[in-house]
Design a binder for this molecule. Sequence first.
Ligand code: SF4
Ligand code: SF4
Ligand code: FES
Length: 292
Amino acid sequence: MIKAVSPLDEVHDDEPPVERRMVHVRVLRQDAPGQESYWERHAVPYEPNMNVISVLQKIAERARAEDGREVSPVAWDCNCLEEVCGSCTMLVNGRSRMACSALVDRLLAESPGEIELRPMSKFPVVRDLKVDRGRLFRALERVKAWVPVDGSYDHGPGPRISPEEQEDAYPLSECMSCGCCLEACPQYTKIEVVRRDDESEADFEHRRAAAYDRGFLGAHAISQAVLFNGHPTGKMIADERLESLTSAGGIQMCGNAQNCVAVCPKHIPLTRSIARAGRAATVWAIKKLFDR
Ligand code: SF4
Ligand code: SF4
Ligand code: FES
């Protein structure tokens, strides 16, 4: 078997030329939701400047495991291929990151021999490396992570936002809903709701949303609530966001472990957002007490 060699390694005389090197990959596969997972090994020819998505494309093209068995192509999600859409998150060598920006040369330099790919562990697996991130988007609905627009008629010019305020808000607006912060968070535990045989689609959606709503919102949603509560138009429904932030599964569940900020690919200052949201939630709770 030809050993996987990183081009960053020193090249020795007995090493195969670049065109004969192989990238060895170990993929945790799962055929359908709720089924047992299993490991499968693949090997694809090395090319300079590959990323994990191009490795997965080659695996799909071959549709054969390393031992020559015909296998179904590995499933995964991706879209933008430039770390913007947030859809390609997976565990690469045990760390949640974007497959499109995970470069093979760097991965082999950091862990020579083999690349390990697993789906995120905090979301239900749809198939192989593809997970259902619905809970993540449900949390954005819970905190109303948008600026409310009343109709489509001309509202005239919007309120002015100073350059300082823009600078403060911009980093938070870069969130791509990738889920890395949730994968790393000890307070964010997996919720998987399976549809019953006798259940309608609508009943199932309702039951799943209710289960998601009891779980922790997560750092991404807290940060988006801070972003929109700081926006001159968005703050019109600031109280509704604070209500969500302080209800079941709200900011009180955050244990301040700060794992989220360490893994965010966009380097969003999540702990600053959490601290701001915590202060605003306390003030709001006290105000609510006196308003009774
Ligand atoms: S700071 Fe809060 S949201 Fe971030 S990882 Fe820790 S518990 Fe999770
Ligand atoms: S806050 Fe960062 S890690 Fe979390 S979803 Fe947004 S971009 Fe991803
Ligand atoms: S494909 Fe869009 S972030 Fe990776």
